[in-house]
Design a protein around this ligand. Structure first.
Ligand code: ATP
Ligand code: FE2
Length: 336
């Protein structure tokens, strides 16, 4: 048993900069997240990257304070190598390389999507789930098969969280209330009653959400329906689509667990839909706790440990960021 071995994980793929610290047994000692909230509009990659560079030292300091360990006790530095926004990824990678060089410890580049699945498993106890990972940038139905996390279904255009966020911005909602846009839509949808017919696009195992978004925004501008009914109908339609492809993948893979993760996993209505289909197929429903389903450093730290234990390290000359690094490209040697 190795003593005092900790991995520090850095997450910076999009609008969050986060540092997590995990020990080799998967005990999470710290998970500090600093979110960049733009004044208005969507995320500007360079501004988000500037935020990350500005907060990096504070977030690191807080993580060490929370973990009650010293810098010298870190034996691995893991970082989110992709997929994500170039400037944001580069900022995190730069911090990671500097720390690894300073401490003279190995660097491990982690795939962000793999990390979402692994921390979901760690924190819920799921062993071999079918995963629905839904966030601002991703909408993926995945399960492990023959050495990799296979993608069974995904979005053909925009991600589920992005669809909710754009609609919320079009409706004039402001994130300064402290709630994520998706959570605001959820709250307003709770008061909706009328199900407005909206485009429902499932193509094979994939979904398309951009037509749904355009149609809902157009109705919003016509002011025919209340915002409550629009939010309700948008949620019902979009969530039914991702639930349908999740159920189809569940039938195909016959997995006995369904894991819901990513920022949108916090949504109670989506949780109830996925739980329903899981139970219909005698599968256990698991949802990752919010601090581990949004972008977080702990998931990078933990996945860094899994990889390192199986001989995976990333030499500095191969530590360039991978903007389009797909989930199924990553070998997963830690699952037999
Ligand atoms: P990724 O890099 O994995 O794509 P991300 O940068 O989008 O992630 P996350 O924190 O995983 O970050 O997800 C944020 C998304 O989750 C946003 O689209 C936000 O609106 C959405 N979200 C948060 N809470 C809720 C909720 N209660 N209901 C629906 N969506 C939610
Ligand atoms: Fe993410």
């Amino acid at each position: 048993m190795m003593k005092k071995s900790y991995c520090l994980g850095i997450e910076s793929t999009a609008d969050d900069f986060s540092v997590g610290i995990s020990n080799f047994d998967g005990k999470i000692l710290a998970n500090v997240i600093s979110a960049y909230i733009p004044e208005k509009g969507g995320i500007h990659p360079r501004e988000a990257a500037r935020h990350h560079a500005e907060v990096a030292d504070k977030v690191l300091e807080e993580a060490f304070k929370k973990a009650k360990i010293k810098l010298k006790e870190i034996s691995i530095i893991a970082f989110s190598q992709g997929p994500g926004l170039g400037p944001c990824l580069r900022t995190g990678a730069t911090v990671a390389r500097a720390l690894a060089a300073y401490l003279n410890v190995p660097l491990v580049g982690v795939n962000h999507c793999v990390a979402h699945i692994e921390i979901g498993k760690l924190t819920t106890g799921a062993a071999d789930p079918l995963t629905l990972y839904v966030s601002g940038g991703n909408t993926i139905v995945s399960a492990f098969d023959s050495g990799r996390y296979r993608v069974f279904g995904e979005t053909l255009d925009i991600a589920l969280g992005n669809c909710l966020d754009v609609f919320a911005r079009e409706a004039g909602l402001s994130q300064r209330a402290g709630l994520p846009f998706g959570a605001m839509v959820e709250k307003i949808a709770g008061k909706g009653k009328k199900l407005i017919p909206l485009p429902y696009t499932v193509k094979g195992m994939d979904v398309s959400l951009s037509g749904l978004l355009t149609a809902t925004v157009n109705l919003l501008k016509q002011s025919t329906y209340s915002l409550e009914d629009l939010c309700y109908s948008l949620q019902e339609t979009a969530f039914s689509m991702v639930t349908e492809i999740t159920e189809r993948a569940l039938t195909h893979t016959e997995k006995k667990e369904v894991l819901l993760t990513g920022g949108v996993a916090a949504n109670k209505r989506l949780q109830s839909m996925i739980k329903y289909i899981a139970e219909e197929h005698d599968a256990n429903f698991c949802v990752a706790p919010t601090q581990f389903s949004i972008d977080n450093g702990a998931m990078i730290a933990w996945t860094g440990i899994l990889a390192y234990r199986h001989g995976v390290t990333t030499p500095v000359e191969k530590s360039f960021v991978r903007l389009k690094w797909r989930l199924e490209e990553v070998a997963i040697p830690w699952i037999k």
